[in-house]
Design a binder for this molecule. Sequence first.
Ligand code: URP
Ligand code: ZN
Ligand code: ZN
Length: 482
Amino acid sequence: MPASFDTLVLNAQIATAADLYLADIGIKDGRITAIGTGLGSAADTIDARGRLVTPGGVDAHCHLDQPTGDGSRMADDFLTGTRSAACGGTTTVIPFAAQFKGHSLRAAVDDYHRRAEGKATIDYAFHLIVSDPSPLVLTQELPQLVAEGYTSFKVYMTYDELKLDDRQILDLLSVARQEGAMVMVHAENADCIAWLTEQMLDAGLSAPRYHAHARPMLIEREATHRAIALAELADVPILVVHVSGRDAVRQIRHAQGMGLKVYAETCPQYLFLTAESLELEGFEGAKCICSPPPRDKANQEVIWHGLDNGTFQLLSSDHAPFTFGGPTGKQVNGPNASFDKVPNGIPGLETRMPLLMSHGVAGGRIDVHQFVALTSTNAAKLYGLFPRKGTIAVGSDADIVIWDTDQPRTIRNELLHHAVDYTPYEGIEVTAWPAITLSRGVVVWQDGHYLGRAGHGQFLRCERPTPARMRGRGYRGPLWRP
Ligand code: URP
Ligand code: ZN
Ligand code: ZN
């Protein structure tokens, strides 16, 4: 008699965003087809006795092989980036197909598919970055792309080559409302940054540490407030990405308290790094240049609290991989470049889940259900991949992490699998790391060995997020509604 399953994961302590229970998981053709006990026979078995088993992570904010236009190059392509993700327990990534100003959005999507195909080792979807909301983009490309499974787009309020003004953001929010798409916002005030940067450079303050001084919290606060107001006016939800500290958190809490659908994401750099991380000797501080910048210990506490009290729905890596050495990374403009000429972003795909499991769950700051929600389930729900991704349930893809939770180790870049020559988390102790990662039923990481294959990863078309998540509160002002 043929085996009922390809794989049985036995004696799993299954944790989802809602439940914790002991059961076996039956996997057939990449999907979970049964959960229970005494399920029958399988070609392969994995004994998970005594181990926590969670859904594979969904990293809904990472940058892989994204064209930059300033001579720099991302170190990770879809092969090395997804490999690194898998080794850290992430089984789905959502990087960004980025439009260049003056170019078509469709062309950016086609190009990004070529970059991913045959390379991705785990499943992937795309967000869009809209840098040029022309009439063609707004009326034709975006509606078509949303219908084809690209249901989220990011708008930037900073970076000269990407930023949109308020009017353009309103136009995009309006398309999002009409098409049922999710708008992610990078909230920093570009003019304030430019003004401060100019003053600092005039005063000779150009070292990496001044990146943090040029982007203080109030410029994130102002932009967050403005983004929320624009979304309220357009009567559509937004998702504020990579929130760094107290000021933005207060704006988001206030909006959430008013009943607005304002979702929020934070990242490990705001829990584990501070502005002091940019003060390393010489140019080394450039390793931690990212935007918004990390703040201070007190703000780390605010972010931890926000993970626990529901302000944040997502913990993503914002993996933006540039090497420290070499001519196309952090030193693309030379080893003494001023802070404003250093590519922004830090790597973190592989360390995201172990850091949160170790310091969040084992550290007693959040429970395991919050961990699953923040690293997997909520991203799948907000970006239209649930229940295929983001949970352990019959019918879901067999994306599963079996955890090792009692083997302390120290994060060292040489142990990671990305193509970046450093990790900003070097030296941080963790107590948890995936023992086994399964991607659609295939073991891609086991006991310290990467077993994945380029091309195993499949492109995922995202559904529109569920209507309840997408309904605006309804703009309450006295104005005529478009
Ligand atoms: O510094 C960062 N965060 N770089 C990545 C691009 C972005 O804004 O997310
Ligand atoms: Zn951003
Ligand atoms: Zn980013």
